[in-house]
Design a protein around this ligand. Structure first.
Ligand SMILES: Cc1cc2nc3c(=O)[nH]c(=O)nc-3n(C[C@H](O)[C@H](O)[C@H](O)COP(=O)(O)OP(=O)(O)OC[C@H]3O[C@@H](n4cnc5c(N)ncnc54)[C@H](O)[C@@H]3O)c2cc1C
Length: 476
């Protein structure tokens, strides 16, 4: 239950204009925007300073945003195209108003980050039409924004975890009760409280409750601190849950990855090979679409296979390509063998099945031009599942195999919000003084995920929330 503002029990009470809960991209964007608008800001971060930055710090932090064609020869990308991609990948279920707000503010948000001194890499060829990576990755992005917040006079309190929302008798959210180095403290915010404290991916009890029994064993790719309290405390105060609570973001991971905070250990080059299960059989169309539109979906299909794992198989035609090495970060070397029989033995899959699978696949490959930069239509015919693009026979030894599984990155379920990032209650009305940004915001992602959309989402809605709460403080 939320706590009444002014209730006894806190060791100290602090007052500010804008209170931000969580210091990843969404929280930092909220805090910076509020400071730029002249508001006093306190950001509380559950992690100690050396682990600050949430999921954002583990990410490459690639961002999708509209832009003109550039000097690297990448085609441009419009806000309408981005909108269509996000809506299509959510099978039409994403909230179109939130998606529109994201797409229309994404380029400006990227520009805003550049203004803080963020430097960008040019991006990957086949997706560079829309995505950019910060040169120093998520860790560099986080460190830069903490430095800027410090420079602007924002206050950050580490090892301080929000426990509960404080409510005014009017029903408005007054701030949070938190546990920190001083003990239990109350933090009251005149303008608003921004929940930017991640999803529930690091909370095994909530994972099992909302995703299912299988979810207790998933490898956690990012921060151990995103344990869902922001969502729970808002719901307990009357917020409306929204979005796909039964689904989550993941990736095709090297199955040998550390079980927690493994960071980027994903394979994004599987479209250059095939997957087989532990019986040596293919089970999905590896060339269905660009990897940005399949990696989340495929990772879940892999988890559904017996043992929750599969193998990704390549030959030297794939391995020799420049794009290959750039698109994977295995945690160890692949298994390697001069023969398919030898590879099957090392993998422990029935050699007969595996040889039959590869032979059938190779025989089904159709002629055509192979081009990883587009959906090339170079496909198989007459086998199930097909490979719809980028099909080349697996016939150039030595052959390689990597064990793969799916992990969990963040959860899709969140809070209902309007386009000003205000949290909506179960009556559909904004809850005065309460905002959500980044992972706690629901209704953006369903079933699958359009690559490079979450960091930019955090920045766009964090910035909106911080600005709105600052204006509210100025008007109060
Ligand atoms: C390995 C990996 C690679 C990724 N690659 C990309 C990519 O390239 N592009 C992309 O768009 N997305 C990527 N993602 C996803 C993306 O990084 C995140 O979804 C996004 O950065 C989340 O930002 P956020 O600010 O909402 O949350 P976070 O960055 O997770 O920040 C939440 C913060 O809240 C704090 N917190 C939690 N609970 C409390 C509490 N009770 N009180 C106070 N503080 C609390 C946490 O400590 C944390 O610092 C990747 C994620 C991972 C793990």
């Amino acid at each position: 239950m939320p706590t009444a503002a002014g209730s006894p029990g806190a060791a100290a009470t602090y007052e500010t204009d804008v209170l931000v809960v969580g210091g990843g991209i969404a929280g930092l964007s909220a805090a910076l925007a509020a400071r730029q608008a002249g508001a006093r800001v306190i950001l509380i971060e559950k992690a100690p300073r050396e682990h600050r930055g949430g999921n954002t710090r583990f990410a490459d932090a690639q961002m999708r945003f509209p832009h003109e064609p550039d000097e690297f020869g990448h085609r441009g990308y419009t806000a309408d195209e981005m909108f269509d991609d996000l809506m299509r990948i959510s099978r039409g279920r994403a909230n179109p108003e939130l998606v529109r707000t994201l797409c229309e503010n994404a380029a400006d948000a990227a520009e805003w980050l550049t203004g803080f001194g963020l430097e960008w890499e040019p991006g990957y060829p086949h997706t560079a039409g829309y995505r950019r990576s910060p040169k120093a990755g998520g860790q560099g992005l986080i460190d830069l924004l903490y430095r800027r917040l410090d420079g602007l006079g924002g206050i950050v309190s580490y090892e301080t975890a929000a426990l509960d929302l404080l409510l005014h008798p009017s029903g408005a959210v007054a701030g949070v009760r938190a546990r920190g180095p001083e003990g239990v403290i109350d933090l009251e915010a005149r303008g608003g409280t921004v929940l930017a404290c991640g999803g529930f991916q690091a909370n095994v009890e909530m994972r099992v409750r909302y995703l299912g029994r299988f979810a207790d064993g998933l490898i956690l790719r990012g921060s151990r601190y995103n344990t869902g309290e922001g969502l729970l405390m808002a719901i307990a105060a009357g917020a409306r849950p929204a979005g796909q609570w039964g689904d989550y973001h993941s990736a095709v991971l090297d199955a040998r990855s550390p079980r927690i905070e493994c960071g980027v250990t994903a394979l994004y080059n599987y479209q250059m090979g095939i997957f087989v299960d532990r019986e040596g059989r293919r089970f999905l169309d590896e060339g269905e679409d660009f990897r940005d539109h399949t990696y989340v979906k495929f990772s879940k299909q892999i988890v559904e296979q017996a043992g929750g794992e599969a193998w990704c198989i390549f030959d030297q035609k794939a391995y020799g390509r420049e794009e290959f090495a750039r698109a994977w970060r295995p945690v160890g070397p692949p298994l390697e063998s001069p023969t398919l029989e030898g590879l099957a033995r090392q993998m422990g899959v029935p050699a007969e099945n595996f040889l039959e699978t590869v032979a059938a696949f190779n025989a089904a490959v159709q002629p055509g031009e192979y081009d990883l930069d587009r959906l090339d239509g170079k496909r198989t015919a007459g086998i199930w599942p097909p490979k719809s693009n980028w099909a080349l026979p697996i016939d150039a030894p030595p052959y390689l195999a990597i064990p793969v599984t799916g992990g969990i990155t963040f959860t899709f379920g969140g809070l209902a919000c309007d386009t000003s990032a205000r949290v909506l209650d179960t009556r559909g009305q904004p809850m005065p003084g309460l905002y959500a940004a980044g992972e706690p915001m629901g209704e953006l992602f369903y079933y699958n995920y359009p690559g490079a959309s979450s960091v930019i989402r955090g920045c766009v809605f964090g910035r909106i929330a911080g600005g709105h709460a600052a204006a509210r403080a100025a008007g109060s």
